[in-house]
Design a protein around this ligand. Sequence first.
Ligand code: SF4
Length: 494
Amino acid sequence: MTMQPQPAADLKIRCDACPVACWIRPGMAGACDRYANRDGELIRVDPHVILERTLDQGGRVVAFNQRKTEWAGEIVPEEELFVTAIGAGTTYPDYKPAPFIVSAEVDGVDMVTVVTEGIFSYCGVKVKVDTDRFLGPEQAVVRAQGEAVGHVTTGEYGSQMLSLGGVHHLTGGSKKEGRVTCEALLDLSNGKPVELTIDDGSTIVVEAGKAPIINGVPEERMRVGCGSATIGIFAKQWFGKVDEVVVVDDHITGVLSEHASGKVLGIQPTGIKMRGRRSTPGRYFQVADPGTGWGGTSISDPLSILDPFDKNVAKPGMTLFMVSTTGEHSAFFRLDENLVPVETEMPEALRASTERIKENCEPALSTVLFIAGAGGSLRAGVTENPVRLTRSVKDTLTRVTCGGAPVYVWPGGGITFMVDVTRLPANAFGYVPTPALVAPIEFTLKLEDYAALGGHMDHVRPLSTLGDHESRLVPPVQGNVWPFASDGPRWGRG
Ligand code: SF4
């Protein structure tokens, strides 16, 4: 009996787009769901995204080669189209040229955009959570599905910061830690909610561009300022309406009568005595433990941060207004004959003042910045002389974008970039099970500069040759600088 050769369409094919090297059966996708075997041909499953500046936010979806038909021959100026790396595919090993090296004439200048879906083992996300509530101690481990995926890092003004991912969690722990880290990074980068637990701290749900949920409660407001700043902002509005104001804040609690703004207004001492450590007049540190109560402290009773009033200064009948930095908590007291503050109904003027504090708070959001290093082997897909690409980026001759979104390139060595994930089209990020994140990256520069840095000139193709290629035309994300804009920001040094 002789064996009949199997038709090509029935054979498994090997994907060579990443080190996993999947063998993919006909009609099936590889381990990352990005590549599939269609009738014996290896295809990138998702459409290749091309930004079209003239599209409105409705975002028609057409195959690129249908464009002329649909527009009855109307030609779109090349500068109105930007070829992103989303869905473009990856070449591996890296010495092969990037999947698309596309030339276009922009304002009479020949430009080239080199696009590839980079595979990043060195990547992570920085998450900014607008809240003063205690999420966990600095350096505490942040977990997803019980696995360590990052840590709490230094807080910023009105926000807590998390640093997630990175090569150690992706590659340096157990297999599960790497897989869960990759999954958390992918979901966060693609704008999905992720639940995180912090050792000795809170459980939070973060989602890029949405309010964080802390221990099950959505955060509404970012504080108007620290306690001292709040005193500074509102001192004049409180003058004459109350004898003393305390703005409770885990970091810097403010006391009106002692604060410089109270002194300037001529507010008299009240004999108030604060707990915690006095930093400068009217500014106190560590009045309580951090927590999820008043002003990011652990307290639910504001009087717990006061010692008895000074009998030589305080007088019965004096009034005290206590408020948190978001206006979420507030209370009004009057001193009784023993100089003990007794809570009483808040006067209308102070109620309005609490509302004014709330009004001046910005909505609390979670912000996710993806960070990755593109200064490694990925550069070989752009040029045979990789350091010239790095220099070109630093000299701002080459503009780096991520899915068409502007990025910040860190000064110093390498091409370490950060991008706000909400500035990319939907689902721009992928993964491979090595594990690593897959992120789009584009390098745009003048064609002559590309030649000078040793670019793969024999692979440069005009935009029009993408006509036989299945693409999705999408509008640029609102507010993004158009990648070809001559007046766009320069992201490198210089
Ligand atoms: S994981 Fe994805 S990219 Fe890697 S070889 Fe498999 S199908 Fe190809």
